[in-house]
Design a protein around this ligand. Structure first.
Ligand code: GDG
Length: 461
């Protein structure tokens, strides 16, 4: 049986120090690696002078190979090209992109170092699965090291429309490197089409049918593999004693009011500012909800070394303060804005206590919070999901209330619709959504990708 080698920027342990599950992706990949005697390669998260040495360890039954990055790498590759160039660009924010040639060089250098670290560990029939935008050129670098293996790539974030991508210096070179993969997985059909459009219209490529595209003299296979959550685990987590305690704590503090929940990393792509503005609009449009509803917004600080993240944090501090100052009463605040993170089982209990899940990113590869919110609901009295049309999950979750997050008046109306939805309709929508969340979970995502990668014919390169 071929081994599976997963390569990602960071390697996540399946559980935190307290043994609590940290996330579906880490668990799903770890399970596959354990079963298939595979290996997970990535950055340790430590910043140290690096000699290119790799430390191989066993964590939670998984073989993990870790490398360090030095300060210049972190500045140019991680905070630079990955999070100041590609992340904003792929989330349709060319206004926030900073591009410097040193970032590009750092990105190439770290990808090269990853390839040099992985190559000696490979055997002939290993299946290699590269994750996400930090490592787009890795297959090309591995080929330079002589790797002839099947290599697949999965992009967790959106692939942008052609005209957006073309604002990136050296976009053609970046896309050229992708033709060293046998299989490229995107989250959505929208991303698949955007990639195909670029290849056909800008890279002189050809559509060979069956998801195969040819350019630069090479063929690659593109398809959508929408990622899911570890749904079974999340349902169990939402029924755990910790979740029950958190749900009860929230209900007590609701004191009969309805609660809306937002949970995200504090990131400008998640549409938090627009959400707060729409909620302010809602409080003006529907004064009957005064003192009867509140929004709990959990926003965990993220990428704090990047200026755009400090800016969004400052703007949200100011906006939440402004809205609360405007509408609050002595015994009610409309927004509870919390900048800390919670354990997964605590979060499950908080989701369960929320009457409405507000998931309104301006752009999102998939968005797992939407799926977790559904998985955590009480089937006899489920809450309502409001979901942005620009989240990848909107391609699957058609029974959510779909909104345009830029249209604050429409979001305001939709909040009213959600809060006043009769039980029968809440149940109908929940059941349809829950069926999808349980069926298209992270395990079926992984199995579909690995099965298709195995089926690739080696001669296509
Ligand atoms: C990228 C893509 C794609 C959040 N706060 C806490 C916490 N979280 C967890 C959520 C969820 C995860 O973080 C966030 O996942 P998302 O999918 O919503 O978003 P990104 O982090 O941007 O992920 C995205 C994903 O990759 C997978 O492909 O869906 O589009 O951008 O699981 O629950 N978890 C805990 N405490 C918190 O306070 N424990």
């Amino acid at each position: 049986m071929s081994r599976l080698i997963v390569i990602s920027n960071r390697v996540s342990a399946p559980t935190d120090k307290a043994g609590v599950a940290v996330g579906g992706l880490a668990m799903a990949l770890s399970a596959a690696l354990r079963e298939g005697n595979g290996m997970w390669f990535g950055w340790s998260g430590e910043v140290a002078e690096t000699s290119g040495q790799i430390s191989v360890q066993r964590i939670g039954g998984v073989t993990v190979a870790l490398t360090h990055l030095d300060e210049q790498d972190v500045h140019e590759y991680y905070n630079g090209y990955a999070n100041k160039t590609l992340w904003p660009l792929f989330h349709y924010r060319p206004d926030l992109v900073s591009f410097e040639r040193s970032f590009d060089e750092g990105y190439a250098r770290v990808n090269q170092r990853f390839a040099e670290g992985v190559a000696p560990l490979l055997v002939e029939d290993d299946l290699i699965w590269v994750q996400d935008y930090h490592l787009i050129p890795l297959a090309a670098k591995l080929r330079e090291q002589g790797a002839k293996n099947r290599i697949g790539f999965f992009l967790h974030i959106p692939w942008p429309a052609m005209r957006i991508l073309m604002t990136l210096p050296k976009h053609l070179e970046l896309v050229r490197t992708m033709f060293d993969y046998h299989l490229i997985g995107f989250q959505t059909e929208d991303s698949v089409s955007a990639f195909r459009e670029y290849v056909l219209n800008h890279a002189g490529g050809e559509d060979l049918g069956d998801g195969r595209v040819k350019a630069f003299g090479k063929v690659t296979h593109i398809a959508a593999y929408p990622i899911g959550i570890d749904a079974k685990e999340f349902v169990e987590s939402s029924q755990s004693p910790t979740a029950a305690a958190y749900c009860k704590r929230m209900r007590t503090s609701q004191n009969g009011r309805k609660m809306m929940i937002g949970v995200e990393r504090l990131d400008y792509s998640k549409g938090l500012e627009e959400r707060f503005v729409a909620y302010d609009q809602f409080l003006r449009d529907y004064p009957q909800y005064e003192n009867n509803v509140f929004l709990l917004q959990i926003a965990t600080p993220s990428r704090e070394e990047v200026d755009a993240y400090q800016d969004i944090r400052n703007r949200l501090d100011s906006l939440s303060g402004h809205i609360n100052g405007e509408h609050a009463q002595v015994d009610w605040v409309p927004i509870r804005y919390v900048n800390r993170s919670y354990r997964r089982d605590e979060l499950a209990g908080i989701y369960r206590a929320a009457h409405v899940g507000l998931v309104t990113p301006l752009r999102d590869g998939m968005n797992l919070v939407a799926k977790e919110y559904i998985a955590a609901q009480d089937p006899d009295d489920p809450g309502v999901l409001i979901l942005s049309q620009f989240a990848g999950s909107a391609e699957q979750m058609k029974d959510a209330l779909i909104v345009n997050p830029f249209d604050r008046e429409a979001v305001s109306e939709t909040i009213h619709e959600a809060l006043s939805m009769p039980l029968a309709e809440r149940k109908r929508r929940y059941e349809a959504l829950m069926h999808g969340v349980m069926t298209d979970d992270v395990v079926s995502w992984r199995e579909a990708f690995v099965r298709d990668l195995k089926a690739e014919v080696l001669e296509t390169l």
